[in-house]
Design a protein around this ligand. Structure first.
Ligand code: SAH
Length: 235
């Protein structure tokens, strides 16, 4: 596969179309805003951000990239949705976020350019939108320095995740626009761990992200049946 082929243009169009609402905490991106402090704290338990060189793959409007930079990291956010990146850049300018940069480049292309260059690579809520997630995992593993950390999050694939992440979130609660997620692209933790293992990453921890639709709150747990995160270290 050519390195630029691992893209679904319809996915990028979806995220570009919504781009102007990225920093509206009551918009379609509310879930990302809500989980952001949780995932940031989880990442920082393992790797304090101060002084770290961090890459955020599929950064979108920069919700996590911006937060990591505010914690003292030197952050590069990459994505292929042009409008989302523009919004990220504009936000950094307006909010005067220090040490954050954005670039329109694929993970695979950047991996060819900058191998073993980052202390931390994050890739959150993105793998379920690409045709070949294992190729992105490989690129992330190539870009992290030996001993460095890689963090992924995505959606599990089972009847419960179908019910919660698609039927519940898109059709009942209207948390997300219909068509945001495609069940077939969801990834089991074992599959993600196996892509990562083949790329030279050791699994450190598995974490679940749970949501209560009545209280509208998220929390971290051991339940990985719907949304989950995996932490790896490069050997
Ligand atoms: N990681 C961010 C945004 C998640 S939304 C966060 O968690 O806050 C998913 C993002 O993946 C969108 O910004 C979308 O444009 C991006 N994306 C989808 N396919 C991609 C690809 N092939 N390469 C890079 N980014 C991609």
């Amino acid at each position: 596969m050519h390195t630029t082929d691992n893209v679904d243009p319809a996915e990028l169009a979806k995220f570009s179309e919504l781009a102007h609402r990225w920093w509206d905490t009551e918009s379609e991106f509310r879930p990302l805003h809500q989980i952001n402090p949780l995932r940031l704290a989880w990442i920082q338990e393992r790797v304090p951000m101060t002084g770290k060189r961090v890459l955020d793959v599929g950064c979108g409007g920069g919700i996590l990239a911006d937060a990591m930079a505010r914690q003292g990291a030197d952050v590069l956010g990459i994505d292929l949705a042009t409008k989302a990146l523009k919004v990220a850049q504009l936000h950094a300018l307006e909010a005067q976020t220090p040490r954050v940069q954005y670039r329109e480049v694929s993970a695979e292309a950047l991996a060819a350019e900058q191998p073993a260059s980052f202390d931390v690579v994050t890739c959150m809520e993105m793998l379920e939108h690409v045709p070949d997630p294992s190729s992105v995992v490989r690129a992330c593993a190539t870009m992290v320095k030996p001993g460095g950390h890689v963090f992924f999050s995505t959606l599990n694939r089972n009847p419960k995740s179908f019910l919660f992440a698609i039927v519940g979130a898109e059709y009942v609660l209207n948390l997300l626009p219909r068509g945001t997620h495609e069940y077939a692209k969801f990834i089991r933790p074992s599959e993600l761990a196996s892509y990562a293992r083949s790329a030279g990453l050791d699994l450190l921890e598995t974490k679940g992200l749970e949501y209560n639709p009545f209280t509208r709150r998220y929390w971290l747990s051991r339940n990985t049946s719907v949304n989950y995160m995996l932490a790896f270290q490069k050997t």
